[in-house]
Design a protein around this ligand. Structure first.
Ligand code: SAM
Length: 207
């Protein structure tokens, strides 16, 4: 599955950004898209935030509006270079999400958007355990990612997008109960909200 468009979307940021922009229209635009996981959170003004799998800083740009202490982590040095250019005020770390170079209890908020669908099931569980480890007690984990549409009208655009750009891990994710895994890892106060006909999910949870 997936096509050359997947490679191109990572090679040419304008293509990635155009796809993201089109996807965000389903929820009212990019600003709203990136603020969806943050809705209703009350955070201390200097809280330490981790943007996990930050890519080119698409969401980091919004997180730095919440706190001066934002770290973006990604496995790709190319993406991190773009993130530094886009959001120079954040700190960046090149690392795998499944083995993060942070002490336990480091962050008050861990955020990740449209990245978990790139992980296989073993990685996914390792990453969620790592997120739990690096979060301070009471800290919050918020995520935005793909979900199985509840409105049938959203199946054709989602399926087309996934066939062109994604691999089998995205199909696995939309058949995965993320809330259940979060619960098994130890997270509590798990709240899932669906958007865009159910094709996007936001989950907020707490350590
Ligand atoms: C689709 S992009 C999402 C970027 C950004 N968060 C956004 O909202 O557009 C997924 C990112 O996850 C990163 N990634 C994939 N697997 C990873 C891993 N195991 N550890 C860290 N980063 C990873 C990729 O390098 C890529 O930048």
């Amino acid at each position: 599955m997936a096509t050359f468009l997947r490679t191109w979307s990572y090679r040419f940021p304008q293509l990635y950004n155009s796809i993201s922009f089109l996807a965000s229209l389903s929820v009212g635009g990019e600003k709203r898209f990136h603020f969806l996981p943050l809705e209703g959170l009350s955070l201390p003004s200097e809280c330490k935030i981790l943007d996990l799998c930050c890519g080119g800083g698409q969401a980091t740009e919004y997180l730095v509006q919440l706190s001066p202490s934002v770290t973006g982590l990604d496995a790709s040095s190319v993406s991190l270079k773009r993130a530094v250019e886009r959001v120079p005020t954040a700190q960046y770390v090149e690392s795998l999400a499944e083995h993060m170079p942070f002490s336990q209890d480091t962050f008050e908020l861990v955020h990740t958007s449209v990245a978990l669908h790139e992980m296989d099931s073993t990685q996914l569980e390792q990453i969620l355990r790592e997120v739990y480890r690096v979060l301070a007690p009471g800290g919050q984990f918020v995520l935005l990612d793909l979900h199985r549409p509840t409105n049938p009208l959203f199946w054709p655009p989602l399926a087309l997008f996934m066939l062109l750009f994604e691999t089998k891990t995205a199909w696995q994710l939309i058949n995965t109960d993320l809330s259940q895994i979060l619960k098994s890892v130890g997270f509590r106060e798990i709240q899932q909200k669906l958007h865009a006909g159910g094709s996007l999910q936001v989950i907020q949870s707490r350590k």
